[in-house]
Design a protein around this ligand. Structure first.
Ligand SMILES: [Fe+2]
Length: 229
């Protein structure tokens, strides 16, 4: 091993994937489980990346009145701000308006999500409300795909920076956050239990001096102080 007095490593063009366990999530997840199931009873789902026995709720979770959904809605800006601070500590969130959405996914046996991105948004997240326990296999795992062309380096050198894909099974109570452009999919639920998660997106819009660009529907207007780091 060579010892040097001064060195520097730049993780150029990295793809920051953030994972955090929400403190004291048990009671919140009980609420969210019940609210998600009730929502499913009253609303037809939408078809986007979900396949098989997979219910994707309509957007609008962030403006719903249920206690669990309201509590969850406060977590989104809090942890989004934490993620952004790790990426760019100099970012001034007060300079931006926001658009955000969130929805519930309920995957029963065989339900999965085909590979997709979260379109026009900047950052996205997923929170795990119910995650069936499995000892092996890929049931319910989320898989992220490297869209660069350097996969071959991984086969010789190794390391996640050059892996063709990265697969994890987050725990209940985990929030993961990633760039919205990152391709990902969810493996089929092979258990008899429901897998319930909540996904969300945020789009940042730079404020201008001439006019507010914050849409009236932007849910973060009322919660803006929580976005301060
Ligand atoms: Fe997704």
């Amino acid at each position: 091993m060579v010892h040097v007095a001064d060195d520097e490593m730049t993780h150029l063009f990295s793809c920051p994937l953030f994972r955090v366990s929400i403190p004291n999530f048990s009671k919140l997840n009980d609420l969210l489980t019940n609210e998600a199931r009730e929502w499913r009873k009253s609303a037809a789902g939408v078809n986007i990346s979900n396949k098989g026995d997979s219910w994707h709720s309509p957007d609008g979770l962030l403006s719903r009145k249920e206690a669990g959904f309201q509590e969850f809605s406060k977590l989104v800006p809090k942890y989004a701000a934490l993620y952004l601070n790790r990426i760019n500590p100099k970012l001034k969130l007060g300079d931006f308006g926001f658009e955000a959405n969130a929805w519930v996914n309920i995957n029963r046996r065989g339900g999965f999500n085909a590979v997709h991105t979260h379109g026009k948004f900047h950052i996205s997240g997923c929170y795990y409300v119910k995650q069936p326990r499995v000892k092996n296999g890929q049931s319910g795992m989320i898989e992220f795909v490297n869209t660069r062309f350097d996969h071959h380096i991984h086969s010789t050198i190794g390391g996640e920076a050059f892996a063709a894909k990265f697969t994890i099974r987050p725990n209940e109570g985990d929030m993961i956050i990633f760039p919205s452009t990152l391709l990902h999919s969810v493996h089929p639920n092979e258990t008899k239990e429901e897998r319930i998660s909540i996904a969300w997106n945020i789009l940042f819009k730079k404020k201008t001096a001439s006019a507010s660009i914050i849409p009236k529907t932007a849910i973060f207007q009322a919660q803006k102080p929580t976005l301060k780091i």
